[in-house]
Design a protein around this ligand. Sequence first.
Ligand code: PHE
Length: 369
Amino acid sequence: MENLEELKVKWIEASATASTIAALEEVRVGALGKKGEISALMKGLGGLAPDERREAGARLNEIKDSVAAAIETRKAALSEAAIEAQLAAERIDVTLPVRPEAEGRLHPISQTMDEIVLIFGEMGFQVAEGPDIEDDFHNFTALNIPPNHPARQMHDTFYLAGATGRPANPSSPGEEDGARLLRTHTSPVQIRTMQASKPPLRIIAPGRTYRCDSDMTHTPMFHQVEGLVVDETTHMGHLKGCLIEFCRAFFGIADLPVRFRPSFFPFTEPSAEVDIGCSRKGGELKIGAGDDWLEILGCGMVHPKVLEMCGIDSARYQGFAFGMGIERIAMLKYGIPDLRTFFEADLRWLRHYGFLPLDMPNLVRGAMR
Ligand code: PHE
């Protein structure tokens, strides 16, 4: 019996001093496991006389329960200590001072582009890109603007030295094969997209454009966004629905009046210019219902010749396209009065009109700002 008391003390002590869960498990196996010391003694009870067996059995059971309880107690203590250690390791010092507010600002052009991409993205458009340095074919010829077409003059094109190294001849632009130029609009991205992929197509192409012009309302570099949809059943109704929806979402005015006015572009037929409603009472421009109109974009059904020049069967496919100036709609939405300030890199201007970089482009905030 004395032996049994020693046995009990030994295992309870071993439990209480096990320093890890794994060590404690070893103690449990050593005492109470299948081949454990206490289990073995219990198995040996069968060889005893009935009286002895009853007494020793009761004693061993009591020891087994005490050791099991000691193991459980130690286990709880070790688990708690592990959690405490983890909490201490993962502690965050909430008294640390916050980081100063980000200094930089997103340029209103970037913000406006993000908003445009967001709206058309939700309508299922993908963003496409093309080079700033274009060739004559993609910027003009494929858009149904052949050499000597008067539209070439209207575009005030910047020509680069031709592929041959000879300067292009500005008096008859495009005459030299391989002439390089800075794209005058984003429409060449339409051409590149149609050449590279098969309909159905639904893309927008935001990017830089260049024209040799500089005054209050023109800068030599500015931004446009082009849109193109080509499918078998695309019609003018789709164009109108899509652009009305865009104007209302962009300006955040659900009942914004939108008007389509007949116009001309060589690459679309029919063509239209889109006006939005506004009022100009007391010299203050306000977008929304009013008795005046503001032109904001050009659009039309892609000219069959343009489709054919890109290898698309115009008897089977139709498309619509649109293009707009990003500075112009940014100025209207955010009340920026002078186009030239966009490119002066004046930090005070950027702090005033810029957007916090960590803010996601968001139409609601954009509209309320
Ligand atoms: N590319 C035209 C421009 O720069 C805009 C436009 C694009 C018009 C697509 C119609 C269709 O003026």
